[in-house]
Design a protein around this ligand. Structure first.
Ligand code: G4P
Length: 526
């Protein structure tokens, strides 16, 4: 095996999907702890990414430097290198989450055992299904009274439409929680509450029939044996191939806050989760073992430090290796750039990266020339596909308080919209700047940042736009006619793509019917 092949085989790149409060932050902390990335849990900043109130969010945004660091975390575990990509907690940032999911090879679903499958998990699971992303499941908070484990798995199977195969099985829950039985290793891991946050493991008992279990667990040992018999007869067995196809999820039980049950998960994760896979691109798919470097940008984030307005483009390496100082080409513009100071994301610090392999993320300093979805290569005209841009559902017009600041406003809005959470549309007619967003909080954030980072005081007013669709047409003449007739409802986005901004859904429907040759897309592929 070549060095590159070995490095590819060791990489595991994933994200956590969960409903707010299920325990994503806590799980992240404990995983980092196992990776030796931090000594004590509780150091992951940006906890509870202020999903509650705008004002909280503003406060938190002041620490954005930190949130940049923690948005990609790399840590070693056993002989593997794990990349964990964080996803924003607030639902108004869901687009960002969706795009992050295009940059991972698998996902970890965290479910609160008392609450079961919740709404946001359902949505995120739908996104994972589009790419048949393999998913492992962690049922969290077993130290509290929750739902019956069988019932939880039934719910996952029926609501999320994925088969469950328990790998560990809980022994009691809440006050009676005693540990988990590992079905594949035939071992019992005993639980003791560990609030210290240190990575320790409790006593391990080999074999379900071990009399030591009766000593330790009494009646619960008998109950456990009965349950295990039942699962072995009636449940799904772990099947790696089905997991890799996204049809079956291995399920682990535990309590993240007590650092229990996660080690079992992480061990199986590094063993079974897929390494970087070949990825769809135009004009051909790209395999990670190809010697030439390639990758795509899935996220752009600005730093709040007003003195160094460095925006960082997060690039997922898809093939070859990145080496410090190498020249890579931005395929969209055809420009070559020398990358001397890319950022890597070792959990402890933001280090300068020397080398990065497929599955790794590197941060490129972006001075406004890089867009979400951009492909970089060593020269080949490749384009990675499948990084979506969703049609926003809320629109407002930016209104400037000081007309002399128009230039600054345009610059600010354009730059902020490049981050992708909100989108800028410039109507073909008139001078309006229309911002579209998936959630209302975005407007507050944009206004706040415009003021803070660009010194522009602006408000957002209602505007007569209900929805937007990106427009495509095979026939250039027909497209030209469409443009002429509908100029009042057409705009260009940040990338210069044409979009139809409809005053109402009915209007959109009528226009679609009137122009059957024109495609109206709800997502724009970057
Ligand atoms: P999130 O990122 O998915 O939103 O969840 P987070 O980890 O912040 O956890 C949400 C709440 O659930 C936190 O409590 C956290 O301490 C708690 N939690 C996480 N894992 C477990 C567990 O295994 N058992 C129990 N009982 N609770 C757990 P909080 O009170 O909202 O926040 P905090 O005051 O602890 O920070």
């Amino acid at each position: 095996m070549s060095e590159l092949q070995q490095e590819v085989a060791r990489r595991r790149t994933f994200a956590i999907i969960s409903h707010p409060d299920a325990g994503k932050t806590t799980v992240t902390e404990k995983l980092l702890l196992f990776g030796g990335a931090i000594q004590l849990a509780g150091t992951v900043k940006g906890r509870k990414s202020a999903r509650h109130a705008t004002s909280d969010w503003m406060e938190l945004e002041k620490q954005r430097g930190i949130s940049v660091t923690s948005s990609v975390m790399q840590f070693p575990f056993q002989d593997r290198i794990v990349n964990l990509l964080d996803t924003p907690g607030h639902e108004d940032f869901s687009e960002d989450t969706y795009r992050t999911l295009t940059a991972v090879d698998s996902a970890l679903m965290v479910i609160d055992a008392a609450k079961g499958v919740e709404e946001r998990t359902i949505k995120l699971m739908d996104v994972c299904r589009m790419r048949a992303t393999p998913i492992m499941t962690f049922m969290n908070k077993l130290d509290r009274e929750g739902r019956d484990p069988m019932e939880l798995m039934d719910e996952v199977e029926s609501v999320l439409r994925i088969r469950c195969a328990p790998v560990t099985w809980p022994i009691g829950m809440g006050k009676r929680f005693r540990g988990v039985f590992h079905l594949l290793d035939d071992r019992v891991h005993l639980y003791s509450a560990q609030h210290s946050g240190r990575a320790q493991s409790g006593e391990i008992v080999e074999g379900l029939d071990n009399p030591r279990l009766d000593e330790l667990l009494g009646d619960q040992a008998r109950e456990l044996r009965q349950e295990v018999e039942l699962i072995r007869e009636a449940g799904n067995e772990f099947d790696e191939a089905a997991y890799l196809r996204g049809e079956l999820t291995p399920v682990f039980f535990g309590s993240a806050i007590n650092n229990f049950g996660l080690r079992e998960l992480l061990e199986r994760f590094v063993r079974h989760a897929p390494p970087p896979q070949p990825r769809e691109a135009e004009p051909r798919p790209v395999a990670p073992e190809e010697p030439e470097f390639s990758g795509f940008v899935f996220k752009i984030q600005a730093n709040m430090d007003p003195n160094h307005r460095d925006r960082i483009a997060f690039l997922r390496v898809c093939s070859g290796a990145y080496r410090k100082g190498m020249r890579i080409r931005q395929v969209r513009t055809g420009k070559d750039m020398k990358i001397a100071n890319a950022i890597t994301f070792l959990a402890s610090d933001r280090d300068q990266v020397e080398t990065a392999y497929p599955g790794d993320i590197i941060g490129l300093h972006n001075h406004g020339t890089i867009q979400i979805g951009d492909t970089f290569s060593e020269g080949e005209a490749l384009k990675f596909t499948g990084v979506p841009n969703f049609a926003p559902e809320l629109f407002r017009r930016a209104v400037l308080r000081d007309p002399m600041r128009m230039k600054a406003l345009q610059k600010g809005i354009t730059e902020l919209c490049e981050e992708g959470a909100s989108q800028l549309f410039r109507p073909l007619q008139g001078n309006d700047l229309i911002v579209g967003a998936v959630g209302a909080l975005q407007f507050d954030v944009v206004a706040f940042r415009l003021k803070n980072e660009y010194g522009v005081d602006c408000a957002f007013e209602p505007v007569n736009v209900a929805t937007a669709r990106w427009v495509r047409c095979e026939d250039p003449r027909r497209l030209e006619q469409f443009r002429e007739r509908n100029a009042q409802s057409l705009a260009t986005d940040v990338a210069g793509e044409l979009a139809y901004i409809a005053p109402s859904r009915v209007n959109l429907q009528l226009t679609e019917e009137r122009w059957p040759e024109v495609e109206f897309r709800a997502t724009r592929e970057h």
